[in-house]
Design a protein around this ligand. Structure first.
Ligand SMILES: [Zn+2]
Length: 299
């Protein structure tokens, strides 16, 4: 991938070239404490359960692939790039600064990195704290952006069709979930969505909260017009409004997501169902018979 810094066009090319020669596996293993989970195709591909963009999965799972020690691709969040992209996300800095730091701190490609006996990757505290602070601000602003979009135009017909026909939700439940700010809608069009988010939230906050990889032209959530806001507005999940393609993830979740998604009903019963769409399907079919319907983590 040709790497151009959006912040410093035409500058710093020597640092970029030098940094790109460094071992991405060494970076994964030393800077991120990620442990390889598997090797494939003559050692050209090395797998990890940790992604610089979307974080850790269970230790033995595979979600990120490094090819030829140079490029990574995450099967979970679809983020992909070079060692410079990985470093820029990890350190929360511009690509040029990441390249400069890499040239100074990471071992050369000929030195074999020692695998570290660490299971959980350690993210520097200051970085994690900054991200948490940014996330506390960003989700309420995304909520406002969905309201602004809703006032400007009605929900897109294709999105409503997906919810009603493919997912079996009723229009009154969709409306009620929208009024409760359990769901929101963003423009399906990537450019329109980027323009709305940039104007209402600003690129800086989107980058700080991990939603926009600064090496990319658009935030990773574009093309996912359905937003499920988690209670407390400290997390959200962004969903496709169509069936996912092979290798594509149904939902991208940002924020700690430590409170389950729920629908408060009127009776004394509580139901626990599998996912967010199941939560919305129950009130639609049975007229709010539950006090609480709780969705678990997947559907
Ligand atoms: Zn990822």
């Amino acid at each position: 991938m040709a790497l151009k810094s959006p912040f410093n066009p035409g500058s710093g090319q020597d640092y970029f070239e030098e940094a790109k020669q460094l071992s991405l596996n060494a970076f994964m293993q030393t800077a991120l404490n990620a442990k390889p989970t598997a090797r494939g195709q003559g050692g050209r591909h090395i797998h990890y359960s940790f992604c610089p963009s979307c974080g850790a999965s269970t230790p033995q799972s595979t979600k990120l692939e490094v090819t030829d020690d140079r490029l990574y691709h995450c099967f979970a969040c679809a983020d992909a790039g070079s060692i410079i992209d990985a470093a820029a996300i990890t350190w929360g800095c511009e690509p040029l600064e990441a390249a400069k730091r890499l040239v100074g701190v990471i071992v050369s490609p000929n030195q074999r990195a020692k695998p570290l006996p660490v299971v959980a990757p350690e993210i520097p505290d200051e970085h994690a704290e900054l991200r948490r602070a940014a996330q506390r601000q960003v989700f309420p602003k995304i909520g406002v952006s969905t309201l602004i979009f809703a006032h400007r135009q009605k929900p897109e017909p294709e999105v409503l069709k997906y919810l009603t026909e493919d997912r079996g939700l009723s229009l009154p439940v969709i409306r009620e979930a929208w009024c409760r700010q359990l769901i929101g809608f963003l423009p399906s069009d990537p450019h329109q969505c980027t323009e709305l988010l940039s104007r209402e939230i600003g690129q800086d906050l989107l980058v700080e909260s991990g939603i926009w990889n600064p090496a990319r032209r658009m935030p990773g959530i574009v093309g996912r017009p359905l937003v499920f806001f988690l209670p407390g507005l400290n997390s959200a999940e962004f969903r496709l409004a169509r069936p996912e393609r092979e290798g594509e993830r149904k939902g991208l979740r940002y924020g700690p997501g430590n409170i389950p998604w729920f629908w408060r009903g009127t009776s004394g019963k509580t139901a626990v169902v599998e996912g967010m769409f199941d939560v919305l399907r129950i009130p639609g079919h049975r007229g709010h018979p539950f006090r609480l319907i709780v969705g678990s983590d997947s559907d």
